[in-house]
Design a binder for this molecule. Structure first.
Ligand code: HEC
Ligand code: HEC
Length: 273
């Protein structure tokens, strides 16, 4: 009998081929001690990266009081409104894709770290490797117990409808802007000069100006999805509320249209419709 033509032989060969890679993989699985050691090594790597690139602003213990912020504190004269480097010890984050009150998703943190924050002098980390990015993100999470004590929340989806930036949606968005009193902080024309604008303090007791739609660039990015996320998730710690429960999705997208209009970013689409 020709061995290679035997069905039993082929079956056995297939099983061996399947089994060998599986068992090799199983042997590669880490023990608990090895996992702990790998995590510690990752934190060390994150700390090294942090000390070179972040400590100057965020401070060696993550409380936002690095060297740079002390210079800025000294410059303050009561009317100078600037955003201080974030204090990581409280675990409250602005740029989240999670509901208000939730921890940020790890990807949210990575996005902010890699992209930086315009208007706040937080520089982007253009050439950062994925490994360093993960390591430094894990490292800053160790500054707050929230990341140990709380579960992560679900991420909010932003599915942009075609109506965004059309004239009809802009008109509806303007009504929502007025009804929801966005103007109390952001001003009637979106100039950031509403009646409450000079009284806003963040969770750390620092004065903070509402966004001026006409001039500034958006901190979390100017795409329609980013803007939608700002008033859906809220900017925790700043007084800028979440409208996830008080406005339905359609109204929030209309608000995106109106925001884009205020920022002068809608002209082409308006003409198209
Ligand atoms: C030049 C100063 C500066 C440097 C350097 C800097 N940051 Fe920041 N960072 C800031 C400021 C200012 C803010 C506050 C931004 C705001 O809310 O407008 C901030 C905010 C943050 C936030 C909060 C985002 C949120 O959702 O609330 C994270 C996370 C962060 N920085 C991480 C880092 C990491 C990690 C590094 C180093 C790779 C770094 N930063 C380097 C100034 C800096
Ligand atoms: C209680 C005051 C307050 C109200 C009400 C308010 N905001 Fe804000 N908003 C703020 C503050 C303060 C900031 C700036 C936060 C910062 O710079 O970190 C802000 C920032 C923003 C930003 C810019 C986010 C970015 O990425 O830079 C947008 C967009 C925005 N608000 C839209 C709205 C809309 C639309 C409404 C109404 C549905 C609204 N806000 C209601 C206080 C408010």
């Amino acid at each position: 009998m020709n061995l290679f033509k035997s069905r039993a032989f082929l079956l056995a060969l297939t099983l061996i081929l399947l089994f060998v890679p599986c068992s090799a993989f199983a042997q590669q699985e880490m023990t608990e001690e090895e996992e702990d050691a790998a995590y510690e090594a990752q934190l060390e790597q994150g700390k090294d990266y942090y000390n070179v690139n972040c400590r100057l602003c965020h401070g060696s213990n993550g409380n936002g009081k690095g060297f740079v912020s002390s210079i800025r504190y000294a410059e303050k004269n009561g009317r100078v409104l600037i955003t201080y480097p974030r204090d990581f010890t409280v675990g409250v984050y602005r740029f989240r894709t999670t509901s208000t009150g939730c921890l940020p998703d790890i990807e949210d943190l990575k996005l902010t770290i890699k992209g930086g924050v315009t208007r706040s002098f937080m520089p982007p980390q253009d050439g950062i490797s994925e490994e360093d990015l993960t390591a430094v993100t894990e490292y800053i999470m160790t500054f707050s117990d929230r990341f140990v004590e709380e579960d992560f929340c679900d991420v909010i989806e932003a599915k942009k409808p075609d109506t965004v930036a059309t004239a009809h949606s802009i008109d509806k968005g303007k009504v929502v802007y007025n009804d929801m009193k966005c103007w109390e902080c952001h001003g009637y024309e979106g100039l950031g000069d509403g009646p409450k604008s000079l009284d806003i303090v963040d969770d750390w007791g620092q004065k903070l100006l509402p966004f001026n739609f006409i001039t500034g660039s958006l901190k979390r990015g100017s795409s329609a999805e980013n803007i939608y996320m700002t008033f859906t998730a809220g900017l925790d710690g700043t007084g800028m509320p979440s409208y996830e429960d008080s406005l339905n999705e359609e109204a929030r997208w209309d608000l995106v249209s109106y925001t884009l209009k205020l920022m002068g970013l809608t002209d082409q689409k308006e003409k198209d419709h």
